[in-house]
Ligand binder design. Structure first.
Ligand code: S3P
Length: 172
């Protein structure tokens, strides 16, 4: 594991982007976000990429992107799309790139945060509750196995979460 990058993983709505920005500021690190980088790269929104090319194509873009990031990422906090660690090849790259932190959120918190969201194509379904439950069941053990640290986010503010990660990261 490289010791000069922090990688945030977790389900949609777990706070990866907000926490990532706050953490990067505290550490005086760069901040990068895989979803943003991909949108810039293909000059389109995530929703359109899914709609036009499908999920598998999007997953290939993610793998290609983190392969490139692994080569030159330094002093960076990277927040990742919620599905990125699910591909085995991706999770091994992430572990290699830096200190991986899983921001864990319950189904209830996730539902609350994402109820009105329209930018996540995988959640534009009739029964969001069931969809999130099914996805969490599959993904949670994977997130847990990839992470060097797990932070429960349900009752914590962005600042509290960033502080917790700071402390353990500094103590490495
Ligand atoms: C996805 C999560 C999204 C985005 C895409 C797919 C997923 O990122 O990459 O909609 O499979 O969980 P966020 O976790 O930043 O919402």
């Amino acid at each position: 594991m490289k010791k000069n990058n922090v990688i945030l993983i977790g389900f949609m709505g777990s706070g990866k982007t907000s926490v990532g920005k706050s953490l990067a500021e505290r550490l005086s690190y760069h901040f990068k976000d895989t979803d943003k980088l991909l949108e810039q790269r293909v000059r389109d929104t995530i929703s359109n990429i899914f709609a036009v090319h499908g999920e598998e194509y999007f997953r290939s873009l993610e793998t290609e992107l983190i392969r490139e990031l692994r080569e030159d990422m330094d002093h960076t906090v990277l927040s990742t799309g919620g599905g990125l660690p699910i591909r085995e090849i991706n999770s091994s790259i992430l572990k290699d790139m830096g200190y991986v932190v899983y921001l864990r959120a319950s189904k209830e918190t996730t539902l609350k945060r994402l109820a009105k969201d329209t930018g996540r194509p995988l959640l534009q379904v009739d029964n969001q509750d069931k969809k999130i439950e099914d996805m969490l069941r599959i993904r949670t053990p994977i997130y847990e196995s990839v992470a060097h640290e797990i932070v429960d986010t349900d009752d914590k503010s962005i600042d509290e979460i960033a502080n917790l990660i700071m402390r353990s990261y500094r103590g490495l």
